[in-house]
Write a protein that binds this ligand. Structure first.
Ligand SMILES: Nc1ncnc2c1ncn2[C@@H]1O[C@H](COP(=O)(O)OP(=O)(O)OP(=O)(O)O)[C@@H](O)[C@H]1O
Ligand SMILES: [Mg+2]
Length: 305
């Protein structure tokens, strides 16, 4: 860890023993969040352990929080546990034979870890799953409309939501009558986010929006995420392997390794942190690595984990 970066912290044992909103507040304050933000923690994940199939321990005491109105990034390599964390929050774990076996999850101070995904959608928490998951045989507009089915609202309100989605995603308006299966990966990702918007969310759990997309499209999607955050006040918990882009758009980040939070901090501090640069951004201040450096890198990485 770079000692010059005050607001970037590496995990300590104490992190997993703090409990409740107080701990979340402490973390937000620790993160340098303004006092009013620190007191409005939307989501508080507190020391959760997740086991798949009764035996595979994947998350080993993960704690994080999302203050209202912020974009928080959950970073880490392939298999670190990002999707599992999002599934634990949105209660989609059971479908994967997974279970939260320790810890707790609160949303606006209310325990949500025993709720159904539908209860969560009613409270304004919606997940956009990894891999987009559009209904290929439905049109883009029909896909969007499926996002509103849990809302008991008038046709007028649904059509207003649709207009709003088209305002943020003009590409979707152009493609509204096309079968989703014949649209591009970027358009399908936009449709997946648009469908979440149709549920009128306060918080979107967005899993790997950049996956398999060209850099220009990824940038376009992240710009829209920022717009939704700033203009609609939607908070985001965003899982990304693409550390570079996530840190440019997020306010705060958590780095997961092997089911543990290894480091967290303001996005700008993480982006400047030497270890993050080296391990996740592929930038090193030194010369190009030879084999010996790589061995050292692995040793340091183990030490960090
Ligand atoms: N349904 C499942 N049953 C058993 N193990 C699983 C299941 N889903 C995920 N895992 C395991 O849990 C670990 C974390 O997986 P997870 O999908 O949460 O990682 P991730 O950080 O989202 O990775 P990626 O960046 O590749 O999406 C991996 O070792 C994975 O093999
Ligand atoms: Mg994943």
């Amino acid at each position: 860890m770079n000692p010059n970066v005050q607001s970037t912290r590496q995990a300590t044992a104490a992190d997993t023993t703090q409990t409740g909103v107080a701990a979340a507040d402490a973390r937000a304050a620790d993160a340098g969040a303004p006092a009013e933000l620190a007191s409005t923690i939307l989501l508080n994940v507190n020391g959760i352990e997740v086991i798949y199939n009764h035996v595979i321990l994947v998350l080993k005491g993960v704690s994080l929080c999302v203050p209202e109105g912020r974009i928080v990034a959950l970073l880490g390599a392939n298999g670190a546990g990002k999707t599992t964390t999002l599934r634990a929050v949105s209660n989609l774990l059971r479908a994967e034979r997974g279970e939260v076996t320790k810890g707790s999850i609160d949303y606006r101070g209310e325990r949500i870890d025993r709720m159904t995904p539908a209860d969560l959608v009613k409270r304004g928490v919606v997940q956009v799953m990894e891999g987009r998951h559009c209904f290929a045989h439905l049109t883009i507009e029909e896909n969007l409309l499926t996002g509103a089915y849990t809302r008991k609202v008038s046709r007028g309100e649904i059509s207003a939501s649709l207009d709003k989605v088209y305002q943020y995603f003009p590409r979707l308006k152009q493609r509204r009558g096309s079968q989703a299966g014949y649209t591009s990966g970027g358009e399908q990702q936009m449709a997946a986010i648009g469908r979440a918007l149709m549920a009128s969310p306060n918080m979107i759990l967005l899993d790997e929006p950049s996956m398999g997309l060209a850099p220009q499209i990824v940038e376009e999607i992240f710009e829209i995420v920022r717009d939704l955050n700033q203009r609609e006040g939607v908070s985001f918990l965003l899982a990304e392997q693409n550390t570079n882009i996530a840190l440019r758009y997020a306010d705060y980040g958590y780095i997961l390794e092997n089911g543990r939070v290894m480091m967290d901090g303001e996005a700008s501090s993480l982006a400047e942190n030497e270890d993050v640069k080296e391990f996740y951004l592929g930038v090193s201040s030194g010369e190009r690595k030879n084999f010996r450096d790589t061995k050292f890198y692995r040793r340091r990485k183990r030490w960090l984990a």
